[in-house]
Design a protein. Structure first.
Length: 142
């Protein structure tokens, strides 16, 4: 399970890049924006509506991981300034690597994000995914 800056390390380690699914390229300044939820059938995004408004660092990646991962949510670049990936801008995804479940969210730069019940539920859903413990424990991240 990787959160936010997990994409900003180990650039010279091919295994880590393949494990995570994409490599960080850049981000504009911290600002409000919109996440478009693409997959409501996952525990990390099932509690969210079609869009999720928040303030964060909007990570751009060297290349879109779409096609090799299951994209759960992406950035709406029209909702903030400085994005460089265009219409296909994944932010949250899952995939399998080496027989293990992987979850990554590019969200989570600020302390306020970790106080947000929706974000905590998002993280709990990702954790449930990688551990295989779906539906066990608290109903949300409160």
């Amino acid at each position: 399970m990787g959160v936010h800056a997990a994409a900003c390390t180990e650039y010279d380690w091919p295994f880590y890049g393949a494990l995570l699914g994409a490599r960080f390229a850049r981000h504009p300044e911290l600002q409000p924006g919109t996440v478009r939820v693409e997959d409501h059938d996952h525990p990390a995004t099932g509690h969210l509506g079609a869009t999720w408004e928040l303030t964060d660092e909007w990570y751009d990646f060297r290349a879109s991981p779409r096609g090799s991962v299951r994209v759960l949510a992406g950035a709406d670049e029209s909702s903030y300034t400085g994005g460089s990936m265009g219409a296909d801008h994944p932010l949250v995804w899952t995939h399998e690597h080496g027989g293990a479940a992987v979850f990554y969210t590019a969200l989570g730069h600020t302390g306020d994000m970790f106080r947000d019940p929706d974000f905590r539920t998002h993280l709990l859903g990702g954790l449930r995914h990688v551990t295989g413990h779906h539906g066990e424990g608290p109903e949300d991240g409160r």
